[in-house]
Write a protein that binds this ligand. Structure first.
Ligand code: HEC
Ligand code: HEC
Length: 323
């Protein structure tokens, strides 16, 4: 009898051991697949921000201005080389080329650590220790949530490496005199994003990340005039066309004060269809990367609209296509 009980006890012990072992395995597998899912989610968030919100894949790819709003040329994503020059915009004191941010080791950022990339994006200091010209909107990215910044970096690692050497910049002034005043940027470690349930705050977060302000805030003597934020009036001269940024404050007469949400959404969503951008608009083209932004979700576009509505209206009449 004792023997039998002992055997049963052993049997139970063994079966519960294998049971626990099995559970453990399952747990490891779920843990592993959870981890894989969360990595996928992080990269997907980075992909969304880099390709539709924060401008990375707009400025750092080759744009095709024979099409409406200069969509990126497929295959050039992140390779850099776009020139930002005095000829394009008076306020730019020289010519600065967008860097190659693909993981190519020789010509891109293949040898950079995540910290190196984070420092460049949020402090404006690259791996060599050089200060980046602020057309690279690091002062804006300094206000983004750390999780969003890390997801963009995770996404950059997934880009196809492209070998493309980008020329050195040529400035007519020392970079320290470039706009905005080169304050030391704060640490981003405690940055978070406002909740999406608060459209005005979240919209403000997106407008900062999407850097709508650089193009839409007028430059006076090379410096943005923050007393007239978003009042437009900067003229961009491209080889095939010339266009002036609009007043996007809620002034009814000269801004977008009379725009309905539908009209605002439509400015972007037309480019979700190929027919919305795959044509040559000649002189009525725009430098605003509308095709790029059109990938934003409806909710994000609505939040941007909600935020812009809260700005102080500024009277400033702008002629979109100056002669
Ligand atoms: C408005 C255009 C613009 C946008 C938007 C932009 N960049 Fe840049 N970026 C530049 C330019 C121009 C430079 C080169 C600056 C210089 O040489 O002084 C640069 C430099 C960099 C560098 C430094 C590379 C090096 O080799 O020194 C990194 C990294 C970078 N950008 C990543 C990003 C990421 C990531 C985003 C999106 C979150 C982004 N950029 C958005 C224009 C832009
Ligand atoms: C690279 C410069 C650039 C950036 C970045 C940019 N815009 Fe524009 N935007 C322009 C220019 C130039 C125009 C005038 C031509 C046109 O209508 O596209 C314009 C026009 C507009 C208009 C149409 C206003 C009208 O009266 O027709 C709206 C709305 C607008 N921008 C909103 C935004 C928002 C919101 C963002 C950020 C998500 C943004 N823009 C980012 C350059 C820019």
């Amino acid at each position: 009898m004792k023997k039998i009980i002992a055997l049963i006890a052993i049997a139970i012990a063994v079966s519960s051991l294998t049971y626990f072992a099995a559970c453990n395995n399952q747990e490891n597998e779920t843990q592993a697949s959870n981890k894989e899912d969360s990595i996928k989610q992080v990269v997907a968030r980075g992909d969304y921000l880099a390709n539709h919100v924060a401008g990375c894949m707009d400025c750092h790819s080759k744009r095709d201005f024979s099409k409406f709003s200069g969509p990126a040329i497929p295959g050039t994503e992140g390779q850099g080389g776009e020139a930002f020059s005095h000829d394009l915009l008076d306020a730019i004191p020289g010519v600065i080329y967008a860097s190659n941010i693909t993981p190519d080791s020789a010509t891109g950022i293949g040898t950079w650590t995540d910290d190196d990339i984070l420092k460049a994006i949020t402090q404006g200091i690259n791996k060599k220790g050089d200060t980046l010209f602020p057309i690279m909107p690091f002062a804006n990215y300094n206000h983004m949530a750390k999780s969003d910044l890390m997801s963009i970096i995770a996404y950059l690692h997934t880009l196809k490496p492209v070998k493309n050497s980008v020329p050195e910049r040529h400035l007519m002034i020392p970079v320290s005199l470039a706009y905005p005043a080169q304050a030391v940027q704060k640490s981003i470690d405690n940055n978070t994003a406002p909740p999406e349930s608060d459209p005005v705050s979240y919209g403000g977060y997106l407008v900062n990340a999407a850097d709508c302000g650089t193009c839409h805030t007028p430059f006076v003597k090379g410096q943005p005039d923050f007393s007239r934020r978003f009042a437009g009036g900067n003229t961009f001269t491209l080889p095939a066309f010339k266009v002036t940024s609009s007043n996007i404050t809620p002034d009814s007469a000269t801004g977008i004060g009379s725009w309905t949400l539908d009209r605002f959404m439509n400015k972007f969503t037309v480019c979700r269809e190929e027919s919305g951008y795959n044509y040559d608009p000649g002189k009525e083209n725009t430098i605003m990367p509308i095709k790029y932004y059109s990938g934003m979700t409806d909710n994000d576009l609505k939040a941007i609209y909600a935020f812009l509505k809260t700005l102080a209206p500024v009277k400033n009449k702008v002629e979109k296509y100056p002669r």
